[in-house]
Design a protein around this ligand. Structure first.
Ligand SMILES: C[S@@+](CC[C@H](N)C(=O)[O-])C[C@H]1O[C@@H](n2cnc3c(N)ncnc32)[C@H](O)[C@@H]1O
Length: 289
């Protein structure tokens, strides 16, 4: 099962996936903070929320291949409980701080304003896939120049760039950003692309159980990875399908194939399913906006 976008409850969809079939899970579930996704998914009390998190994580973990990884977006409010649970089943590799670069505009007066997401990066086994070179950040010319002393000459890291480290400062999406969609918690392509490139081999399968506006799907198509995405909200599902179609069309124009001939629509009885072909046979990758 691959290249699937389904407008349905992730818990139902995950159950149907074969065990040991997913290379990477990118999970960006409701935060338990009462956000409005056009449904009640983020209006659970603490205990109900944590029980629900454990339920879908328990279903999801066996789906990972032995070299597989899981990234999960959380906030400081629930990351301690969620990480303790996950550490019983997986190996914790990193706690990544996504600094959303929120400008200081007042906010809290009785504590410090919270301006980050906490992302857990977990691996299924010690044999997990990780391609650091694909996500290194190039040094700017100034830094390179400053490192011309003989002790730095020929250093691989100076040529290939540096490890992105575990604090990722990437602006949250504003209306002025061209990739912005009508979704309250859309993630920037830059963040998701780093996870996909580092933790899923080309041709591998990425599962996004809470796909939202479809950032993961778009990144997968542009980077030659397969995807499986679930989203409860029909309007957001429509956004995902549009983004996927656009990414495929863009790829078609680069590689000179007929995109229409490669988009297959399937609509089962009780929910809409959209299937796309993905082209992994090409050596080139369409770059993100
Ligand atoms: C934090 S948002 C994901 C945002 C996404 N990463 C993006 O970049 O646009 C969480 C999404 O999960 C969806 N959702 C909530 N409960 C769900 C469920 N049980 N199954 C599938 N989707 C669900 C919500 O409608 C919401 O769009």
């Amino acid at each position: 099962m691959r290249d699937l976008i389904e407008n349905r409850d992730a818990l139902e969809g995950i159950k149907e996936l074969p065990d040991n079939s997913i290379d990477l899970v990118i999970a960006d579930p409701p935060y338990g903070l009462g956000k409005d996704y056009g449904n009640d998914s983020d209006r659970k009390e603490k205990h109900e929320f944590l029980a629900w998190m454990e339920k879908w994580l328990t279903l999801t973990i066996p789906k990972l291949v032995d070299s597989g990884s899981l990234y999960i977006f959380t906030t400081w409010r629930y990351s301690p409980e969620i990480f303790v649970f996950l550490k019983k089943h997986l190996i914790m590799m990193n706690e990544i701080i996504w600094d959303r670069k929120v400008p200081s505009m007042g906010g809290s007066t009785r504590r410090f304003s919270s301006v980050h997401d906490t992302i857990g990066f977990f691996a299924k086994t010690e044999k997990y896939y990780f391609d650091l070179d694909s996500v290194r950040i190039p040094y700017d010319e100034e830094t390179k120049k400053a490192r011309t002393r003989s002790i730095f000459v020929g250093k691989k890291w100076l040529e290939v760039g540096y490890n992105p480290k575990d604090v990722w400062s990437v602006s949250r999406l504003h209306r002025i950003h061209s990739e912005r969609e009508e979704h309250p918690t859309q993630k920037p392509i830059e963040i998701i692309e780093r996870m996909v490139k580092a933790s899923c081999p080309e041709g591998g399968v990425v599962l996004d159980p809470f796909a939202g506006s479809g950032t993961t799907v778009e990144v997968c198509i542009r980077n030659n990875r397969h995807y499986i995405a679930f989203e409860l909200n029909r309007k957001y599902y429509g956004i995902i399908v549009r983004r996927a179609q656009n990414a495929i069309k863009e790829k078609a124009s680069v590689f000179n194939f007929d995109a229409k001939a490669n988009i297959k629509l399937v609509t089962p009885r009780n929910h809409a399913v959209q299937k796309f072909s993905l082209f992994t046979d090409s050596s080139k990758t369409v770059t993100s906006r």
